[in-house]
Design a protein around this ligand. Sequence first.
Ligand SMILES: C[S@@+](CC[C@H](N)C(=O)[O-])C[C@H]1O[C@@H](n2cnc3c(N)ncnc32)[C@H](O)[C@@H]1O
Length: 333
Amino acid sequence: MIFDTALPFSATIEPEEYFMPADPHSHGYHLPVLLSEVVEHIAPAPGKIVADCTLGGGGHSEALLQAGARVIGIDQDPEALLHASQRLACYGDLFTPVQASYHEIESVLQTLGIAHVDAILADLGVSSHQLDTPERGFSFQRDGALDMRMSPLNPVTAADLVNTASEEQLSIIFRDLGDEPAARRVAARIVRERANTPFTHTLQLAEFISTVIPKRSRIHPATRVFQALRIAVNRELEVLEAGLDAFTRAVAPGGRIALITFHSGEDRRVKHFFKDRAVEFIDRPEWPSQRKNPLYQFRLITNRAVVAGELEQRTNPRSRSAKLRVAERLTHN
Ligand SMILES: C[S@@+](CC[C@H](N)C(=O)[O-])C[C@H]1O[C@@H](n2cnc3c(N)ncnc32)[C@H](O)[C@@H]1O
């Protein structure tokens, strides 16, 4: 049961994610980050099967398909699947869209009769389209229902959390998932306010938070609280932990896993997951000699996270907080 993991999970915010160009639709549904780096590391080619576990607008998938690979495109958001399926229809049988959460990759592959894939890509978080669609409730700048669910199958909305979680729970969410210094104060004020007026809309919550947290910089005072709520609603860190184990089982020996993260809570998990599994022997002072690492399963392809170059950072502000890490499944473990 993966969702029993208790909060807290720490996640330093990277506010750039929230600074989209003035016309967010100028680049369409979503501009893929680190595209050439992903293609270089995954090396798509005819005969290879790649699972794009966060299909989104299909930008990464399209590059993989153009190189001749077969792509299994997974997303938990039916809107993303519809958009990407239309965009990628011209690739025919090479592209298979599937609505699922990426931690379910093994059952997705089993249903398709695929034992292992040659590479796995996950570009975590929300798409620009999701952030920019007011009705999805992710934005503190446009009014919409306080929803924030990526999947309609998720029974818990942000409004549910804000209106029913205890003061202690809210405080932990804001502190550990948003690194919000005023977490306790915001939680206490929300609990007092909601007794009279439940929170139902994004701007209502954003404006209320602005009365509790003074504006410290050009970052909107609600930025951290909104990010924390989004991560909590979608259980993003718990799903990531389950996903990393599932990816390890789903990728073929010699195959690669490429993961793009956007905040420190995610990146730390990915980094340690790969590092812990990329050493063959472990030495501890209390042991007479070093021992074989039972987790040894990967070769690190990127020793340090790959980040976007200057040009990409200038043209796509979202890329500023993106970190790509790639590891290769060993053939003999
Ligand atoms: C950053 S976007 C991916 C953008 C994509 N790489 C592209 O080129 O357009 C993240 C996508 O992952 C999806 N997503 C997030 N968590 C997921 C999960 N646990 N399972 C499946 N899809 C997920 C979101 O719905 C969103 O569409």
